[in-house]
Design a protein around this ligand. Structure first.
Ligand code: ATP
Ligand code: MG
Length: 508
């Protein structure tokens, strides 16, 4: 008995023929379980974290767990057509989004598909949604000078430099989105590209924001990435990374980009949902242990590159929603520690009509005044202190009626500082006009103006200077400093306007 030689060779040939298939087996697996938007797959020994997997019927999944003998993946589409035993293929790629100038003016989902009903976007270029931050040039971030984002009236207190990461934090309905949107509107004509990432928001809210941006002409330089509240958790999870990839394309072209993540609290919740479904062990507040890495690797991608690397920048404004003003909860403390400062919005201030409701005591910018032009520094130096004194004395003055003249003067001045810092939505102010109002405040031209008239006075003053002394504005814009001569001229013009204003007030 025994095998005949030709049988043996046939067997060997047969085995060698399938040798390729045996290797390929590693790249094809079988579905063990599927449900709740996650699937466990057996056999994908070479799968990488974050890799895209192809399920039957063109449903994609993303690898999230690498276990010893199985792989856990989240599904990026409907699971209704997937069943146990189905074949799953590796793609060797991670998720990519289309990038390029064609994205401007468009609203897309986190996979880069248009959702604004204005047709497909054909860019021909894509970028992976994750990449390692450009560490080598990170130091540049500290060196921002004379480059600033025209943010808000609060530029005076919380200046933000290009490449900085500034957190906007506050309870719900305290004007967080409003500050971010105003900042985007303010970039008009500044040669800055913007990306607004909406995570877990109602589609109607996002539509309103887009409408406001369109009206303000800001969609010309803005791309909106939206993963609505009704989207699957994995789609919400990838949204900020997709937005960042779109921004990085412009960064690589040497451009300046501003990106808003609205908001990362909902992003963390989406990640928690996914992690719990994947049966990862829950940690503090039921978030998985790597939730810090979730946001740190995102925010580290903000930077300002030096000239050799193209000189571009990504400035990030992440938003975090707090519960009852608690900034010491898990996610808020994490993100505070990753950013270069925070703008803290307070419910009480908002309700009392002080809007934007920025708590000047708790808000900081660690880049600080290096991001301000000299003229702004000249007029805004003592504002924060004055506001702090005002808040302190106000609490104290509630108890006593007899106040000495100095206390009264401080209170009066503080109230006027707050009046000047109030700003309506969608009414951006340029730096020179901010300097003009703060100049009047600093040199006491508001002493004779009643608190409730301060706003009217300041609006009138700005208008007056724009009409009769436009050269002041040009000089501040170009020289970036208030010279002695300009100071004298500004004092004269401001003084004259005070007289004029008081006269018209008297006539009324
Ligand atoms: P949410 O937690 O729901 O996302 P939010 O903190 O983003 O809320 P916004 O939606 O920006 O808050 O603003 C809440 C409301 O306050 C809106 O109706 C907005 O119009 C109003 N608002 C915001 N900023 C100002 C402002 N500076 N002046 C007047 N109204 C404002
Ligand atoms: Mg909001």
């Amino acid at each position: 008995m025994g095998l005949r030689p030709n049988e043996i060779s046939a067997l060997i040939k047969e085995q060698i023929k399938h040798y390729d298939d045996i290797i390929e087996q590693k790249d094809v697996g079988t579905v063990v379980t599927v449900g709740d938007g996650v699937s466990v797959i057996h056999g994908l020994d070479n799968a990488m974290l974050g890799e895209l997997l192809l399920f039957p019927n063109d449903v994609y999944g993303m690898v999230m767990n690498l276990d010893e003998d199985s792989v856990g993946a989240v599904l990026l589409g409907s699971e209704s057509t997937i069943k146990e035993g189905d074949e799953v293929k590796r793609t060797g790629r991670i998720i990519e989004v289309p990038v390029g100038d064609e994205m401007l003016g468009r609203v897309v989902n986190p996979l880069g598909q248009a959702i604004d009903g204005q047709g497909e976007i054909n860019t021909g270029k894509t970028k992976p949604i994750e990449r390692v931050a450009k560490w080598g040039s990170w130091q540049e971030n500290q060196l921002i000078n004379h480059y600033k984002l025209v943010l808000h009236q609060f530029d005076a207190i919380i200046p933000i430099g290009r490449g900085q990461r500034e957190l906007i934090i506050g309870d719900r309905q305290t004007g967080k989105t409003a500050i971010a949107i105003d900042t985007i509107l303010n970039q008009k004509g500044q040669n800055i590209y913007c990306v607004y990432v909406a995570i877990g928001q109602k589609n109607s809210t996002v539509a309103q924001v887009v409408e406001k941006l369109r009206q303000g002409g800001a969609m010309d330089y803005t791309c909106v990435v939206s993963a609505g509240a009704s989207e699957l958790a994995p789609i919400q999870y990838i949204a900020p990374y997709a937005g960042c990839a779109i921004a990085e394309h412009w960064l690589d072209e040497g451009k300046d980009v501003l990106i808003v993540y609205d908001d990362l609290s909902k992003h963390a919740v989406a990640y928690r949902t996914m992690s719990l479904l994947l049966k990862r062990p829950p940690g503090r507040e039921a978030y998985p242990g790597d939730v810090f890495y979730l946001h740190s690797r995102l925010l580290e991608r903000a930077c300002r590159l030096n000239e050799e690397n193209g000189g571009g920048s990504i400035t990030a404004l992440p938003i975090i929603e707090t519960q009852a003003g608690d900034i010491s909860a898990y996610i808020p403390t994490n993100v505070i520690s990753i950013t270069d400062g925070q703008i803290f919005l307070q419910q009480e201030l908002f309700n009392s009509g002080f809007r934007p409701a920025v708590d000047t005591g708790l808000s900081v910018s660690r880049v600080g005044s290096t991001a301000q032009i000299k003229a702004m520094k000249q007029v805004s130096g003592s504002l924060k202190l004055e506001l702090a004194q005002y808040a302190e004395m106000q609490a104290f003055a509630q108890f006593g009626s007899d106040l000495d003249a100095a206390t009264k003067a401080t209170l009066d001045h503080g109230a006027k500082v707050r009046e000047v810092l109030k700003q309506a939505q969608y009414s951006p102010r340029s730096v020179p006009t901010q300097v003009i109002t703060l100049f009047a405040l600093k040199y006491g031209y508001t002493k004779q103006i009643a608190v409730e008239k301060v706003k009217e006075f300041m609006d009138g003053l700005v208008e007056n200077i724009q009409m009769s002394h436009p050269e002041f504005i040009t000089e501040i814009e170009t020289q970036k400093v208030i010279s002695n001569e300009l100071e004298a001229k500004m004092k004269e013009a401001t003084g004259a306007y005070v007289d004029q204003f008081l006269k018209t007030q008297g006539a009324n």
